[in-house]
Write a protein that binds this ligand. Structure first.
Ligand code: FAD
Length: 384
């Protein structure tokens, strides 16, 4: 049964992944592939009915079980499919399905599925990352409108998205979590200014977004006023299960294999042995992830399973990118602008970009220190 499913996925990928799409997948060093390729790949998955593997079938999802979803992601990674920019599919879409009004569902879900709307997440601010409840962006009610003023930071894809889901402060109360509201904001609204933040790898993926008296209809609120913290916690249940996982690592592993192929014959035994050890760690991580998926511990309220995978996967991803640098040697300092070829220089340039980009993996989706604290708190509750 699963063999048949895997064959069906492979046949689809064989047919639909053009050399250009595979090349875009291979060139991805950050969180998503170049946007034109993302759009083409999104459209092909949408037409096939496979764009939302984790959504219930009644809302346009595939209805696949955990093993099918795992295999699908793995096959996409092994075939270098583009990595979608998919906060809509992975974060806000599932939240709208769970908590949205009928109007929200009718208005937003079809356009997330079709790819007409791209969403970004406006949570973090200066001084409000790990301590998110300290956020300062304010929304003042004016009739049936909220007037939003403030500044969001590290907003991935804000320059591409036409919608943002955001947390804003709506009143002063004794507990910071009790005064936050969750809003859906049209990025074309007057008063929004987006500026790029260029990362160490030379890429433009995230941004600063400034709100200057931006008027947001009250109908765009998720949940009740001042109940945004509960919405955000609900959203993190979905986001957690989309953290860095073994399919992301398979992509990194394929990049390492390409680098190895270019440097065949020049790799010393010690490095080769280390690479074999890391390949075994990757297989172990896949096995752990499957076991946690099977027992339902990578979704819902189980923070510990998701935290375990987040830490293990991001640290292994960083190790794989370090191995790429070791293999590429001096070529890894090539200019970040070299692309699209299998030459030693272009591959070295990619290895450098990938190394810098993966430094961020232990910071986003909750820093690894915060995830370690979550695990420690959980262990503290267990009587040995
Ligand atoms: C690539 C990337 C993409 C991102 N995309 C988005 C996005 O789209 N939308 C969005 O809203 N945000 C986004 N972020 C922001 C991200 O959520 C924050 O960077 C993250 O929550 C950490 O917050 P901070 O950067 O303010 O660091 P801080 O919270 O200031 O942490 C600094 C250091 O102190 C440590 N630390 C802080 N508090 C504790 C504690 N209680 N115990 C132990 N150690 C602690 C941290 O682990 C870290 O090492 C992105 C970040 C990155 C790197």
């Amino acid at each position: 049964m699963l063999e048949d499913f895997t064959e069906e996925v492979r046949a689809f990928l064989d047919q639909e992944l053009t050399p250009e799409l595979r090349s875009a997948g291979q060139q991805t060093s950050g969180l998503y592939s170049e946007i034109p390729a993302c759009r083409v790949w999104h459209d092909r998955l949408y037409r096939k009915g496979w764009i939302a593997p984790a959504w219930p079938a009644e809302f346009g999802g595939t209805g696949w079980n955990y093993a099918q979803r795992f295999l699908f992601e793995r096959e996409c990674a092994l075939n270098d499919a583009p990595v979608l920019f998919a906060s809509g599919l992975r974060s806000i879409g599932p939240l709208i399905i769970a908590l949205g009004t009928l109007d929200h569902k009718e208005r937003y879900l079809p356009r997330i599925l079709s790819g007409d709307d791209l969403w970004c997440q406006g949570f973090s601010e200066t001084g409000a990352g790990s301590d998110l409840a300290a956020l300062q962006t304010r929304a003042i009610k004016d009739g049936e409108t909220y007037v939003v003023t403030g500044r969001k930071l590290w907003t991935t894809g804000a320059h591409l998205a036409n919608w943002m889901f955001a947390l804003v402060r709506t009143q002063r109360a004794s507990k910071p979590q009790d005064e936050i509201t969750f809003l859906l904001i049209d990025m074309a609204t007057p008063g929004i200014r987006t500026s790029p933040i260029i990362t160490l790898d030379g890429q433009h993926e995230f941004n600063e977004v400034v709100f200057d008296e931006v008027r947001v209809p009250a109908a765009n609120r998720m949940g009740a006023e001042n109940d945004g913290w509960a919405c955000a916690k609900h959203l993190m249940r979905f986001a957690r299960s989309n953290n860095t996982n073994s399919s992301v690592l398979r992509r990194s592993w394929r990049a390492l294999e390409r680098t190895l192929a270019l440097h065949a014959g020049t790799i010393e035994t010690g490095l080769r042995n280390r690479i074999t050890e890391i390949e075994i760690e990757l297989a172990s991580l896949e096995s752990l992830e499957l076991r946690l998926l099977e027992s339902g511990r990578l979704s819902g309220d189980d923070e510990v399973g998701a935290s375990l995978i987040k830490i293990a996967a991001t640290e292994l991803q960083q190790t794989i990118s370090e191995l790429m640098i070791d293999v590429a040697g001096p070529y890894a300092i090539a200019s970040t602008s070299l692309r699209d070829s299998n030459s030693l220089l272009a591959n070295g340039s990619y290895s450098g970009r990938k190394y810098f980009a993966t430094r961020a993996a232990s910071i986003y989706s909750g820093t690894n220190e915060i995830h370690r604290s979550l695990i420690a708190r959980h262990l503290g509750k267990i009587a040995f």
